[in-house]
Design a protein around this ligand. Sequence first.
Ligand code: FAD
Length: 404
Amino acid sequence: MNVAIIGGGAAGYFSAISVKDNYPDADVIIFEKTHFSLAKVKISGGGRCNVTNGNTSIGVLASGYPRGKALMKKALKIFNTKHTMEWFESRGVPLFVQDDMRVFPVSQDSTSIIHCLMDQTEAKGIACEYWSGIQTLTQKGQQIELSFTRQDLPPRSFDKVIVASGGSPKSEGLEWLVKLGHNIVEPVPSLFTFNMPDESIVELTGVAVDPVLVSIPGTSLKTRGPLLITHWGFSGPAILKLSAFGARFFNENDYTFDVRVNWLDQPNHELVLTQLEEVVVEHSRKLLPNIRPFGLPDRLWRYLLQKSGLSQTKKWSELGNKGLNKLVTVLTNDSYAVSGKTGFKEEFVTCGGVSLDSIDGKTMASKVCDNLYFAGEILDIDGITGGYNFQAAWTTAFIAAKLN
Ligand SMILES: Cc1cc2nc3c(=O)[nH]c(=O)nc-3n(C[C@H](O)[C@H](O)[C@H](O)COP(=O)(O)OP(=O)(O)OC[C@H]3O[C@@H](n4cnc5c(N)ncnc54)[C@H](O)[C@@H]3O)c2cc1C
């Protein structure tokens, strides 16, 4: 059996190695269109490679995939974060779990992951042919013929093919798969921070609040977690997660929308009012800025008082019902205008790709072309930041490599 893997990224290498584990006699070749393998692994996690996530609950993990949740829920039962850690550690890459559950190599260097994958392919006799971009796939009987973008490379036929060519920013980049009959979900970017050019809160650069509840009015989009104010807008895990879950909505709205912030992560407004009333009783003679009832950062507290129209020279006793209600609104339902997005440390993933209705989720096999399989970001599966995207690559590659 000869097997072609299209794409020398995380999913491609992991598929190739797993195919050889399953079929030691198979001839396996990786075709990579550039002159470099594992380029994204190299730059991932700021050069440290956040290789997976430390969570082991399938339910918790699956909920980190805005696209592909149902498929991942089943797939993670076969190969999950625990398996990923065992896989790399048993091949000489010790890993550690950070407090925020991100998993990195102990070396804090992505080249540890790259060397591991490359050593494995070399030891198993898997070749990687560079400058070998695939242009078309054609079903020829039970085989698949690959043609190359380079005119000097003749077409080659394979018994099995795994497509692991990564996310494509535009659907035109997936035409070669459409021609075979696959459905494509229009790609749009995921994982970004919010630009707020008209909001003065950006003057509070560096202020962080953990946790907040952020939501998009008129939608069910809502996330919880740390929020960081930057000199261009909002960032931090709560925002990145929101960007992932709302990737398509934000794109459709040209990245112009309102975001609501509940600074207290407290949906019960009555409770907040009661707490503020208690402060009024206890600290009636103190000035508003001098008592911070919810432990919010000083600069933010002063900003929110100002936004509520409350003078910094007012005493708590002078708030009155109107003042109290204004404060409750700003603390629990604060609104900001977003206009534009910024990449997060250059990390991004593609929402969209080969539609999951074109593949059998149990095997990653194409439903429209025999002996063709998919793995990695080419699929309409993407996760939140924190190792979820590499985990999707390892999981789908592991399953595709069974070649069922
Ligand atoms: C800056 C950055 C940092 C990131 N950090 C993290 C992180 O720390 N943790 C995490 O979980 N995720 C991270 N991600 C996301 C993660 O890198 C991707 O989800 C993952 O690399 C997808 O792997 P893949 O193999 O499917 O695709 P890719 O890594 O994109 O690999 C696809 C390969 O296929 C090749 N190719 C494409 N088309 C063809 C063709 N027609 N013929 C032949 N070859 C082709 C490409 O050149 C490429 O080498 C990061 C992403 C970025 C951009």
